[in-house]
Design a binder for this molecule. Structure first.
Ligand SMILES: C[S@@+](CC[C@H](N)C(=O)[O-])C[C@H]1O[C@@H](n2cnc3c(N)ncnc32)[C@H](O)[C@@H]1O
Length: 322
């Protein structure tokens, strides 16, 4: 059964105007009411959903994304035996499938929370093999986190860019709700012009920290980290910028300013670790990478795949809060 916290959720138009005239981009209606096709979104998790995915050609070790994240969490002591975990926004269930395939023996329970009923039903079907460990709840991340207890870890993979973003803020006079957070957490803003502000992602980190729940987060960033040996990937990439709109089918996401999330978590006394997703998935290094990327000289289908993946994954970061 899929239980629901969603019935009382008020519906939001995609763009709302607050009294202070800040514009909010929200994906809530889209996720609650539209048929969602993640294949339009090219998520890293879906790119590595199965061991026979064509993208495996770019990796040192052809593991599914869920298994890679499981290995990574164990390496960072975030997934001890007997863990109870919660994944928010699990999409088709591919991350949890890979993780349970490798680590079901050490996981006590897993709760899947999603705004989308359609996606929860897909998760239920793809994870049927582990039904004794799992439960499914239709809810908003920001509403459910304050109600949680006995959860050792929350996973949010490519979800926080979907949370509310305040758009086109005047840096010299941001609206009250942004100004308060900027001052409280000493958040950087651009020196001139307008910018977008990840208010939903910031509120989510506040909620996690207040509940003392460790978290793994990964997302598109506007302040990406490029590994030292792959500096050529910095070409035409903004490395210290503010959230950029990514227009998708019937909704938009915004890249995340990770430095803001880190400042919020640290203000709560939490530890943070962050790095490039390129290293978490283990992109195979070769002399050809620089050539393929810089000159876009792809003479084989494998090189096309590697180019496309590098161009996409270079903007992604992971963040551990604990
Ligand atoms: C871009 S998809 C990512 C899916 C999957 N994690 C992956 O990496 O492929 C975003 C997911 O988050 C869910 N979602 C978006 N906003 C949410 C919210 N406020 N609360 C809970 N789930 C949300 C969507 O329904 C969807 O499952």
């Amino acid at each position: 059964m899929v239980t629901s916290m969603g019935k009382h959720l008020y519906r939001k138009a995609k763009i709302l105007y607050t009294p202070a005239m800040a514009c909010i981009s929200s994906t809530r209606n889209y996720h609650m009411h539209e048929p969602i096709d993640l294949m339009n979104e090219f998520t890293i998790c879906e790119s590595f959903a199965t061991e026979n995915s064509p993208y495996m050609v770019a990796l040192n070790k052809p593991l599914t994304y869920g298994e890679m994240v499981g290995d990574f969490l164990i390496q960072h002591r975030m997934l001890p035996a007997g863990s109870s975990m919660l994944e928010v926004g699990g999409g088709y269930g591919s991350l949890m499938q890979g993780m349970l395939h490798a680590y079901a023996h050490i996981i006590k329970k897993a709760i899947m929370v999603d705004l989308s009923r359609t996606l929860l039903l897909k998760q239920k079907s793809s994870l049927a093999r582990w039904k004794n460990l799992l439960s499914f709840i239709q809810a908003d991340a920001l509403e459910i986190i304050p109600t949680l207890s006995h959860i050792d870890l929350i996973i949010l993979n490519e979800v926080i860019a979907d949370l509310d973003t305040l758009t086109d803020l005047d840096q010299s006079a941001p609206p009250r709700q942004a100004a308060k957070l900027i001052k409280l957490y000493d958040l950087e803003t651009p020196s001139t012009g307008t910018f977008n502000f990840n208010i939903g992602a910031i509120q989510l980190v506040e909620a996690l920290c207040m509940k003392n729940i460790p978290a793994f987060i990964s997302e598109h960033s506007c302040d990406p980290i490029i590994p030292g040996d792959l500096k050529f990937l910095e070409k035409d990439l903004a490395l210290d910028s503010f959230p950029r709109e990514i227009p998708l089918w019937r909704h938009s996401e915004y890249t995340i300013r990770f430095s803001h999330l880190i400042k919020v978590a640290r203000k709560f006394g939490k530890k943070t670790l962050s790095g490039p997703l390129i290293d978490l998935v283990g992109i195979k290094r070769s002399k050809a990478l620089n050539f393929i990327f810089t000159s876009r000289a792809c003479s084989t289908p494998d090189q096309e795949i590697i180019f496309e993946l590098l161009d996409h994954i270079r903007e992604y970061r992971w963040l551990l809060i604990y």
